[in-house]
Design a protein around this ligand. Structure first.
Ligand SMILES: Nc1ncnc2c1ncn2[C@@H]1O[C@H](COP(=O)(O)OP(=O)(O)O)[C@@H](O)[C@H]1O
Length: 206
């Protein structure tokens, strides 16, 4: 990594309006909290959170150029521009800030869409983005409640709310989010069936 934590904060915060930096501070806070609760590395969660929205306010032409010119996921360009900043943020993290930690880079890359097989760090950063203290969209309280039960339940509730809005607005859906949601629902079902198939003696309350 080329910069200290404070240098990174200075560089990232200079690229967005104050209210978006406030959101980022909230995501840093929630990412650390979720990491501590669910066994991820809080320092790596915070690092991904600091950088996650770095490209959010870049002109869209600059964002699409980074994606098109660097062999990144060009399919993203077939979807609405607000999706692009995650991929660009991952690029900036790696190539401008010298981050070498693949999991941190990927947590930035998938913080909006999610993906099938999300890592623990992906889950922490994506969910923190939904529930940071400054968020007040309809349904955020339900996502916060589910986040107290598990990362997976929190994320399913988060993706549900995003998908609902996209459907209501008649917008196209970047399919990776649907794959991520399917995968999380299967993980929850597997966890539940493992819990139910435990020998009776191991079950609390019989
Ligand atoms: N699967 C998807 N398909 C299309 N648009 C999506 C998808 N997931 C998220 N979005 C949209 O991308 C935008 C950026 O998402 P996000 O980074 O979570 O935004 P913000 O932090 O500004 O709330 C939002 O407008 C959201 O509705």
């Amino acid at each position: 990594m080329r910069y200290t934590r404070q240098e990174l904060i200075d560089r990232v915060s200079a690229q967005m309006p104050a209210r978006r930096w406030q959101h980022t501070l909230g995501v840093m806070h929630s990412a650390i909290e979720l990491a501590e609760r669910y066994g991820a590395d809080p320092a790596r969660a915070e690092l991904a959170a600091i950088i996650h929205d770095v490209a959010k306010y870049w002109p869209v032409q600059r964002q699409s150029a980074v994606i098109a010119e660097n062999g990144m996921n060009a399919d993203l360009l077939n979807y609405d521009a607000p999706m692009w900043h995650s991929e660009v943020g991952a690029y900036v993290a790696e190539h401008e800030y010298g981050i070498e930690d693949r999991e941190v880079i990927d947590a930035i890359r998938y913080h909006t869409s999610g993906r099938e097989g999300m890592t623990l760090l992906d889950k922490v950063v994506c969910l923190a983005d939904y529930i940071e203290p400054g968020r007040d969209f309809p349904g955020v309280e339900l996502i916060r409640e589910k986040a107290r039960l598990s990362l997976e339940e929190g994320l399913v509730a988060g993706f549900d709310s995003t998908l609902r809005v996209l459907v209501e607005r008649g917008q196209t859906i970047f399919p990776t989010t649907v794959l991520a949601r399917n995968d999380l629902i299967r993980q929850l079902a597997q966890r539940e069936s493992a819990r139910q198939n435990k020998p009776v003696s191991e079950k609390k309350g019989g």
